[in-house]
Design a protein around this ligand. Sequence first.
Ligand SMILES: C[S@@+](CC[C@H](N)C(=O)[O-])C[C@H]1O[C@@H](n2cnc3c(N)ncnc32)[C@H](O)[C@@H]1O
Length: 198
Amino acid sequence: MKLIDARRDLYRRLAHQEGYRSRAAYKLKELNKSYRIIGPGFYVLDLGCSPGGWTQVALELAGNRGKVMGIDKSFVEEIPNTHIIRGDIEDESIVEEVFDYFTTKVNAVICDISPQVMGTWAIDHAKQISLNYAASKIMDHVLARRGNALFKVFDGEYSNEFRDYLKKKFVKVQLKKPKASRKTSSELYHICLGYLGA
Ligand SMILES: C[S@@+](CC[C@H](N)C(=O)[O-])C[C@H]1O[C@@H](n2cnc3c(N)ncnc32)[C@H](O)[C@@H]1O
């Protein structure tokens, strides 16, 4: 995006004014308004959380009876009242750290994961979907029955296969592009409600 466009970017400006670390915060807010992926008192795991916009919103939605943990490969500056760890979601042993924090299963897993993009669409898309499969493996360990999930996908060749995979795991799976997602971006969001269990 050109700098001039960025200045005009409503959500970016809003994020700055309202103290959110990313414009992505508004995507979660918008989707949650329609689908209540996260409710008060929820335990929420945020995969690929840096710089922390979704983590901030998850904390607001879960409230003081809830608990929020974020994981990212990159450094994330501390967000008070949440637990952030540096880790790779492709390493399944991270599940232990998730249980160390929550001591029980969680009510929602949210995943906004993006690989380092190479600029070659087929490769970026395949890598992003592969990260989503890794995230859903973690989810299978930690998500409670009837829990909810949210996955970003870079839309492409393998999107339908991933959606069908999710459909077997949830009562309802809905595909949405929130207004806060740039029209030029091929990202879409799978809202997954009512986990059926691993
Ligand atoms: C679009 S950003 C997430 C933005 C975040 N939802 C927010 O609102 O601030 C995607 C993140 O996925 C992370 N990521 C990519 N591969 C990862 C991996 N294997 N394990 C953990 N995090 C990963 C990146 O480091 C990046 O911070």
